[in-house]
Design a protein around this ligand. Structure first.
Ligand SMILES: *[C@@H]1O[C@H](CO)[C@@H](O)[C@H](O)[C@H]1NC(C)=O
Ligand SMILES: *[C@@H]1O[C@H](CO)[C@@H](O)[C@H](O)[C@H]1NC(C)=O
Ligand SMILES: *[C@@H]1O[C@H](CO)[C@@H](O)[C@H](O)[C@H]1NC(C)=O
Length: 375
């Protein structure tokens, strides 16, 4: 065989190998979902913490697959589960279930949920209740991205992250902890937003390009807070703060998009306050007959005592808005997420989650590796 033919053959084999390789990776690197936040998204990270608040006992999960308590803070599926179904991505595992294991990168590529019940934007929020604050969630994500870059290379890593979904639901705990404190809403919200901004920027720098941002609900009306007011009315200051936070969070997303290179940061902002109000206003036609009292708990509105292990909850979970003193039922969460997925402004903007999912595949030019590692 002439040497040029050998060359051809070698070239051909190498090309085959590369194509096979890229196909294998292509199959692995389906868009995934990376989630950050509090108990509205947590699927069990807190179970891995030695101390801390957990939801891994009956009756949590009573309507989940086989009635299994997973650490989800509800009777069944949470927002993540609905987003996963609607976007057709695989269901992420809690980040702490595979952090530091030998197949960490492989697991990470399938998505990861960093959310932790009790977490806030501020590191000091629920410091006494051990959880993973947002800053640490983002740090762990960054560590996993760096490990992924080392294993599959920076281009493929960035391609994957940029085509995946970044879901954020944070801020509710920072708001509810000031229930008994007189505070200047403007100042407090400004602190939350200025603390949140660098975290979201980090997620962008590390490849995030498709954000689903879930804002605060009508926190003043959750059973734990209604139970605190003498008349059983909503806690007005908290609703004021929640609405202001949502307004500023929406502006922050707009600013981040305008600062992104060629506007390549895409997002879907769900105004949960407006969404909850819309559903509440239509409660009768939606079949919610118990809109104030939680399904599990005790005291005023079942709000003053948390749903404790072994408690037999209400029998009908589809006619309740609240599962426990803080969290919505699966039935209500499902309608919220449907609104985020298919709805329009003012509930979800500038595009809904469905439109976000339909955006074309993007190719991001990674910042250089050394820069990433130094961050
Ligand atoms: C993740 O794993 C690493 C390595 O085992 C460990 O040092 C780190 O503390 C873990 N992070 C969290 C948040 O548990
Ligand atoms: C539970 O509530 C839903 C919604 O109001 C209603 O349609 C259903 O019939 C109720 N189920 C039972 C067993 O009462
Ligand atoms: C309040 O909670 C208890 C269990 O803690 C439950 O049995 C009861 O049905 C709840 N009340 C309502 C109106 O859902």
């Amino acid at each position: 065989m002439a040497s040029s033919q050998v060359c051809h053959l070698v070239f051909y084999l190498v090309m085959c190998f590369l194509i096979l390789c890229s196909c294998a990776f292509g199959r692995e690197l389906k868009p995934a979902m990376y989630l950050f936040g509090d108990s509205f998204l947590d699927i069990g990270n807190n179970n891995y913490l030695t101390s801390g608040v957990k939801a891994n006992y009956y009756p949590y999960g009573i309507d989940y697959i086989e009635g299994e308590p997973t650490g989800r803070w509800g009777n069944g599926k949470n927002s993540m589960d609905f987003l996963v179904e609607m976007l057709g991505v695989s269901s992420p595992q809690p980040s702490l279930s595979f952090n530091g294991t030998s197949n960490m990168v492989e697991e990470f590529l399938k998505g990861a949920n960093f959310a932790s019940g009790g977490a806030g934007i501020l590191d000091t929020t629920y410091l006494e209740v051990y959880c993973i604050p947002l800053g640490q969630q983002v740090e762990l994500f960054k560590e996993m991205v760096v490990a992924t870059i080392e294993q599959i290379g920076i281009v493929q890593t960035y391609e994957h992250i940029s085509n995946s979904f970044i879901v954020i639901d944070i801020g509710s705990n920072d708001i509810t902890i000031v229930a008994d404190i007189t505070i200047d809403p403007e100042e407090y919200v400004a602190l939350l937003i200025s603390t949140l901004q660098p975290r979201l920027k980090d997620l962008y720098i590390f490849g995030g390009r498709k954000f689903v941002t879930i804002s605060a609900g009508a926190l003043g009306c959750i059973p734990i807070l209604r139970g605190k007011t003498e008349t059983g009315e909503c806690h007005e200051q908290l609703n004021v703060i929640a609405k202001l936070y949502n307004k500023e969070l929406a502006s922050l997303m707009q600013v981040l998009q305008s600062q992104s290179s060629n506007g390549d940061l895409h997002y879907s902002f769900f105004d949960r306050y407006a969404g909850v109000k819309k559903l509440y206003d239509n409660r009768e036609s939606l079949g919610f007959t118990e809109v104030l009292v939680a399904c599990c708990g005790a005291g005023n509105f079942n709000g003053s005592v948390r749903c404790t292990p072994g408690t037999v909850p209400c029998s009908n979970r589809t006619d309740h808005i609240y599962w426990d003193n803080t969290h919505y039922t699966e039935a209500f969460t499902s309608l919220c997420m449907e609104l985020a997925f298919q709805g329009s402004a003012p509930y979800v903007h500038p595009i809904n989650v469905k439109q976000l999912g339909e955006l074309p595949i993007s190719y991001v030019n990674p910042v250089n590796v050394e820069q990433v590692k130094d961050l």
